[in-house]
Ligand binder design. Sequence first.
Ligand SMILES: Nc1ncnc2c1ncn2[C@@H]1O[C@H](COP(=O)(O)OP(=O)(O)O)[C@@H](O)[C@H]1O
Ligand SMILES: [Mg+2]
Length: 205
Amino acid sequence: MIPRFITLEGGEGAGKSTQIRLLAQALAQAGQAVLRTREPGGSAGAERVRELILSRPWDPLAEMALHFAARREHWARSIAPCLAAGAFVVSDRFFDSTLAYQVGGQGAPRAVWEGLRTTLLGDAAPGLTLLLDLPVEAGLARAEARGETNRYETLGAGFHERVREAFLAQAKAEPDRIKVIDATHPPAEVSAAILAACRDRFGLP
Ligand SMILES: Nc1ncnc2c1ncn2[C@@H]1O[C@H](COP(=O)(O)OP(=O)(O)O)[C@@H](O)[C@H]1O
Ligand SMILES: [Mg+2]
């Protein structure tokens, strides 16, 4: 568990990009150094892998391996050095997304996720994960209204229901790390809930 490492998780259109901006702003205003980053991607090499992942369909295990290759690069070159320097790191998605999308959504074996996680990251894990949860149709409608779509958004409601269930199951399994945030409320209310969770966890003013 790494105290200053915060991840935002959730399905398409849950508000992760919106909320990570607000969270990074609030941390900076509180005088904290902060790296705002995202997955897949977050470092030069990992952004190249992101392009590969999103450019075409993959076998589920190959896709999981690509996500973890990008994640290892992101961790080693961006996240770990920033944490070591004392900064907060806030990431739009991390390993819970691979569990939800590739294991829950695409049916890859959970043991492979666990093995890759342990082999590549050891026991490194976020100190706080905020799961932005809302009904699948609402999230997909928001994502559609936003305009840009990616390959995952087109995979159908059944896929996204399994993703949501996998996220919620993981939150139930790790209640100390993962806080479920009701993402149906307006952005300012969601942001207030996120900041309250950060205050509770890190004792920030
Ligand atoms: N709480 C909210 N209520 C209504 N619309 C929202 C909310 N949060 C974000 N949106 C809008 O929904 C769309 C998707 O939000 P975004 O932050 O891009 O989600 P994500 O990064 O999780 O896919 C954007 O157009 C955004 O402005
Ligand atoms: Mg986003």
